[in-house]
Write a protein that binds this ligand. Structure first.
Ligand code: 8YV
Length: 327
């Protein structure tokens, strides 16, 4: 393995991360910060020993088929790796790493921010004040729904799901979760969580739904028109995971029809495009994929990427290697 590998980074990273990388590796940066075009990405794969992509880079089998023999590591700057064809990478002996753990708290905080914002109409109220349209306090003005005492259904009880559960309990929500694997007894007791072996059964019983699972072929459109029909009319849907887990068009239809009460979305099916029907609705809060966007988180992610590359250079297995069967 090259001692000073050629590392191509597809997006601008925090300056301190880039500086540290330049000390350690032969790095090439994308100074424009526009995502690479498919041609630029193919060129990077052809020339790099290590590629550092982000969620905005589609790394499919076609692209990897054109990769140079030098490309041996894809050190993703981010946790979700649904934009990388793992099987194609494996077939070419290219390792893939991600940055788990360091964006758990920030993402869970964003889930709570949305859980608090949507039922209590924060965005709507803020717009009213800014537009100079607020006529003053009134007993029935800006009424929303109470959070305390409601049932939260968490879809995907991994690190982030559990961090959401811990926070939500402090707000008086009861915790329900759907996960293929049930939590060990001790953890279930910690969150006083109720496990639902089937998603539909849980959706029928909870008041707020938070999506916290990865996007995989199995979870693609997990929340589709049928799943939305299982939810009660007062339900709020929160998605900070991946837009593709929700059928965005079906969600827009359900919201327009008042089939559910509202949604808080930080991710979309075709980012950065957002279904125009959602833009017209008052009862949704729409955020630009900023769940993990903290200075601290980005610095930690950079450190993880560097640690993964360094351990690969030293001939070790990178600490955050995405293993076969991670799904
Ligand atoms: C990251 C994310 O900012 O890590 C993830 O999976 O969705 C984001 O929070 C992004 O992936 C960076 O590549």
């Amino acid at each position: 393995r090259p001692k000073r590998p050629k590392v191509i980074v597809t997006r601008r990273l925090p300056e301190a991360v880039e500086t540290r990388m330049a000390e350690l590796f032969d790095i090439e940066l994308n100074y424009s910060d526009d995502p690479f075009t498919p041609e630029q990405l193919a060129d990077a794969c052809a020339r790099a020993d290590v590629l550092v992509p982000t969620v905005t880079d589609e790394i499919g089998a076609d692209l990897l088929a054109k990769a140079g023999d030098g490309l041996k590591l894809i050190a993703n700057f981010g946790n979700g790796i649904d934009h990388i064809d793992l099987a194609a990478a494996r077939a070419r002996n290219i390792l893939v790493t991600n940055t788990p753990g360091v964006l758990t708290d920030d993402t869970a905080d964003m889930v709570m921010a949305l859980i608090l914002s949507v039922p209590r109409r924060l965005a709507e109220g803020e717009k009213l004040v800014r537009a100079n349209e607020w006529k003053g306090w009134s007993p029935c003005g800006m009424l929303g729904h109470r959070i305390t005492g409601k049932r939260l259904g968490i879809v995907g009880m991994g690190r982030i799901g559990q961090a959401v559960a811990a926070r939500a309990r402090a707000f008086g929500l009861s915790i329900h979760y759907h996960n293929r694997k049930r939590l060990p007894d001790g953890l279930e007791r910690t969150y006083e969580a109720t496990w639902w072996p089937t998603l539909d059964a849980m959706l029928r019983r909870v008041d707020i739904v938070s999506i916290n699972c990865p996007h995989t072929p199995e979870t693609h459109h997990l929340i589709d028109a049928a799943a939305l029909r299982h939810m009660q009319r007062h339900v709020y849907l929160i998605n900070t995971a991946r837009g593709e887990i929700v059928d965005e068009s079906a969600l827009a239809v359900a919201l327009e029809a008042g089939q559910i009460a509202g949604a808080g979305l930080d991710v979309f099916e075709h980012e950065p495009a957002v279904d125009p029907r959602l833009l017209a609705l008052k009862n949704v809060v729409l955020l630009p994929h900023m769940g993990s966007a903290t200075f601290e988180g980005r610095a930690d992610m950079g450190e993880k990427v560097i640690a993964n590359i360094r351990s690969w250079v030293d001939g070790h297995r990178p600490p955050d290697q995405v293993l076969e069967g991670w799904l």
